[in-house]
Design a protein around this ligand. Structure first.
Ligand code: DGT
Ligand code: CA
Ligand code: CA
Ligand code: ZN
Length: 571
């Protein structure tokens, strides 16, 4: 049993417990354990085989009770407790959870009153007008549920980049290590670091394509082989995603990589540029008549067409070709450029580790400073901090800063924005904070005007340095709340508020086009991990990718700067 499977079962248990109205601490315990196991790099099974039961309880967030359940899962592949919960409420949790606005309590009511078990049942019930008749539901809820179903359907078959990337990187490395493979690289939307990917496209250079095909279709992750050819194969992995592989000639590698990286719109525009110069561009090369004039590398394709090299993240045909022609491409922020992280949660609230443990992980990830930004009191579910606890945490941070070398901890908070735009902690509490982020975590259904006004009111607060996850979207799950993002960007400029690019895999909030708008307006941005676990500092790379897709440079990203300089960008 893999870490991800164990984590999913623990998350499911938390949901069943919430349905049954169990107390929040018990629910949170399962969620924390799930999160912790999800973030582990070692296999929990290995940990257990080496260190036994005691080693399970030493996993952060895993107490003896949950350790027993993990042990049962590892020993028997099943968990009696979980099976009982499932039998009691036999619904397709995985599916129903994906529908925005359908939480545990709703799932329970819908099952009890309408026998809803699947998304199909849910859609039928909503279309038949049955949901509006339930006490506490109403027409609006029914409408929202239908919207949620539509959103889920529209996005079905796509995967969150950050969820597939670790496996993709593993497969890429594995192929590269084969003696009969000269080159192996992942192309397509993955290489462009698009926030979601439909399928994975891999290009290989090899003199023994048959061996590559054999190797590829027999990888342990392959669940199904759609097709296996001499130089081309397609499979489905057990995680549900499809992977295409192609072996190409060395002399065509650049043009093939260019073609299969896309985007399709970029390719079409690039081909037009070639035609205008009397050339022909295809996946096989750049040709004048029958003579190949470029195509071994991507660089020589662009160069021969009179263009600067265009980074994959920019290839969406949104002005990058013209900029490449005029030598006006942005000098994109680099993957190694971040020096700090301004949103980190700890075990003071809903994070898995202590402040010190998070500090050490951040240092390992190459950072020089991090802000500890636990939630504040109105987010009761997370055990949000009140003014007194914030002050106490501040003392711990002072003490740690004296002790720790090579990393500086900043005092911060992720302050909750109330319905009217006010913050949930008293003004005097801000005096001790180095950096304050504000974020909305509820009231997502306000009208556009009200939502915009509310967010801007928070930005106008002199204490708010950064607007965290500015639009609240959860990729493939929840649309952004309805907010006038242009007005928010204007307000950021006027008030000197920094906008966050939250790098959490399913947030990536701001999104690329809004980053580009903010950059254009001269608004400053911060790329934060929103880490709740030591492993989450790795997410920063996804944030950098998103920033690059938004044409951001180092000068736009305040935590790519040394700490002193970063401070000057705060209010
Ligand atoms: P995805 O998989 O939906 O996330 O997006 P991509 O961009 O990976 O698209 P995919 O897998 O269908 O194809 C990979 C690349 O191949 C795509 O980015 C550009 C290229 N390509 C595919 N179909 C066409 C086409 O009809 N015309 C041109 N010019 N290029 C294409
Ligand atoms: Ca693809
Ligand atoms: Ca494909
Ligand atoms: Zn938050």
């Amino acid at each position: 049993m893999k870490n991800a499977d164990i984590a999913r079962i623990l998350y499911d248990i938390a949901i069943y417990l919430e349905m049954q109205g169990e107390n929040v601490f018990k629910i949170r315990a399962y969620e924390k354990a799930a999160q912790s196991i999800e973030g582990m790099t070692e296999d929990v099974g290995d940990v257990y085989r080496k260190g036994g039961f005691a080693s399970l309880t030493s996993i952060p967030g895993v107490g003896p009770g949950i350790a027993e359940k993990i042990e049962e899962l590892l020993e028997t592949g099943k968990l009696e407790y979980y099976e009982k919960l499932k039998k009691k409420i036999p619904v397709d949790l995985e599916g129903l959870r994906r529908i925005e606005g359908v939480g545990p309590k709703t799932i329970l009511v819908l099952y009890k009153k309408l026998k809803v078990q699947t998304i199909d049942d849910l859609e039928k019930a909503a279309r038949a007008g049955k949901i509006r008749k339930l006490p506490g539901f109403g027409e609006k809820t029914e409408e929202n549920i239908l919207k949620g179903i539509e959103f889920a359907k529209k996005n079905s078959g796509r995967f969150v980049l950050g969820h597939v990337l670790p496996l993709v990187n593993t497969i890429e490395k594995r192929l590269q290590s084969l003696s009969y493979v000269q080159k192996a690289i992942v192309a397509g939307s993955t290489r462009r670091r698009k926030e979601t990917v439909g399928d994975i496209d891999i290009l290989v250079v090899s003199h023994e394509p048959a061996k590559v095909m054999n190797y590829f279709v027999s990888m342990p992750e392959v669940a199904r082989i759609y097709g296996k050819g001499e130089t081309k194969s397609t499979v489905k992995l057990s995680s549900g995603i499809d992977v295409d592989i192609r072996v190409v000639e060395e002399r065509s590698f650049g043009s093939a990589l260019n073609y299969f990286t896309g985007s399709k719109d970029h390719n079409i525009a690039l081909r037009r540029i070639a035609i205008a110069q009397g050339l022909k561009l295809s996946e096989y090369g750049l040709f004048r008549g029958t003579k190949q004039v470029a195509g071994k590398t991507e660089e020589d394709v662009y160069k021969t067409l009179g263009l600067r090299y265009i980074e994959p993240e920019l290839r969406e045909n949104t002005g990058e070709l013209e900029a490449a022609r005029k030598n006006a491409l942005p000098k994109l922020i680099g993957y190694g450029d971040l020096k700090g992280d301004l949103q980190v949660q700890t075990s003071w609230t809903d994070g898995a580790h202590t402040i010190e443990a998070m500090a050490r992980a951040a240092q390992q990830a190459g950072l020089a400073y991090i802000a500890i930004t636990d939630h504040t009191k109105s987010l009761a579910m997370t055990g949000g901090l009140d003014e007194a606890k914030l002050a106490k945490q501040g003392k711990e941070i002072d003490a740690l800063n004296k002790r720790l070398d090579g990393i500086t901890l900043l005092k911060g908070a992720e302050v909750n924005i109330m319905k009217d735009g006010k913050l949930d902690i008293a003004d005097k509490a801000f005096a001790q904070l180095d950096v304050t982020g504000a974020a909305a975590h509820s009231h997502f259904n306000l009208s556009r005007a009200e939502q915009t006004q509310r967010i801007i009111a928070a930005m106008e607060n002199e204490h708010v340095d950064i607007l965290f996850h500015p639009t609240g979207r959860i990729i493939l799950k929840r649309e952004a709340y309805d907010v006038d993002i242009e007005a928010v960007i204007d307000a950021a400029k006027r008030t000197g508020t920094v906008l966050e690019i939250d790098a959490y895999p399913d947030r990536l909030d701001l999104r690329d086009e809004h980053i580009r708008l903010a950059v254009h307006e001269g608004v400053k941005l911060a790329i934060d991990s929103d880490a709740h676990h030591q492993a989450h500092f790795a997410h920063l790379q996804l944030g950098v990718a998103q920033a690059r897709r938004g044409w951001a440079e180092k000068k736009d990203i305040i935590n790519a700067w040394p700490m002193k300089q970063m401070f000057k960008a705060l209010k």
